[in-house]
Design a protein around this ligand. Sequence first.
Ligand code: CP
Length: 300
Amino acid sequence: MDNLLTMEHLNTTEIYELVQRASAFKNGDAKPCCFDDKFVANLFFENSTRTKSSFLVAEQKLGLKLIDFETDTSSVQKGESLYDTCKTLEQVGADVLVIRHPQTNYYDELENLNIPIINAGDGSGQHPTQSLLDIMTIYEEYKTFENLNILICGDIKNSRVAKSNFQSLSALGANVMFSSPESWKDETLEAPYVEIDEVIDSIDIVMLLRVQHERHGDSEIASFETTQYHEQFGLTQQRYNKLNDRAIIMHPAPVNRGVEIEDTLVEAPKSRIFKQMENGMYIRMAIIDYILQMEGATAK
Ligand code: CP
């Protein structure tokens, strides 16, 4: 693995290796390598709290030096292209780039770069590091993926998390189902669509997705009914009460409280939402460590 662009690029062996490495960092069995001769730049062309801050912490725990880059104060504002921006960072000494960009498959235009790219989310395409932290969180709970029944619920069409997780969790042996309003279905993903109330008492994991208004048109935003959506597709207390004893709730966050999930359930006993964020830092340490080791970096 020289880049991490989509979950399709990772085989199940690599997924397990990354989760084990992240777990070792988490429980103290692995000491972070010191990459203090390596430079990283984080390029976030879309807003982020979790992904950006957890990369920042992970990078500093690994000893990397940060190249200060903010889109607002960079020459992106003068019209510089993504490729020229990244090539410039490569030339000034970046050893790895972490990129979030609103354009799906933005990385296609970066294939002439000679440094690794970690995709921190591309439009409605993929969010591989989120998928890996989700996998880590599920593995901590169940120690297997075989035959787990996973319901991904919400704005499937616009969700990079749904796409990445459908691919990876299916490959790992889970049964992935979707539930969504008709207009947010993604028929390119071959998962069955179900009604949440048909399956709520038999699923192992319910993964709620944020309603992504920033990717919706004006008429779609105007016609959106929060209460109706919450009643049809949200995790209500009534549905929570029907979950089986071992079932868990996940959400990539940020959460629209009262829309995808009832406010009081965000930190309910079955919720792993904040655990996902904690695991995100460790999985990002593991990804950077893996990629830089593959690049031939030597641990001190
Ligand atoms: N889950 C996720 O990607 O969150 P941020 O947008 O805050 O990074």
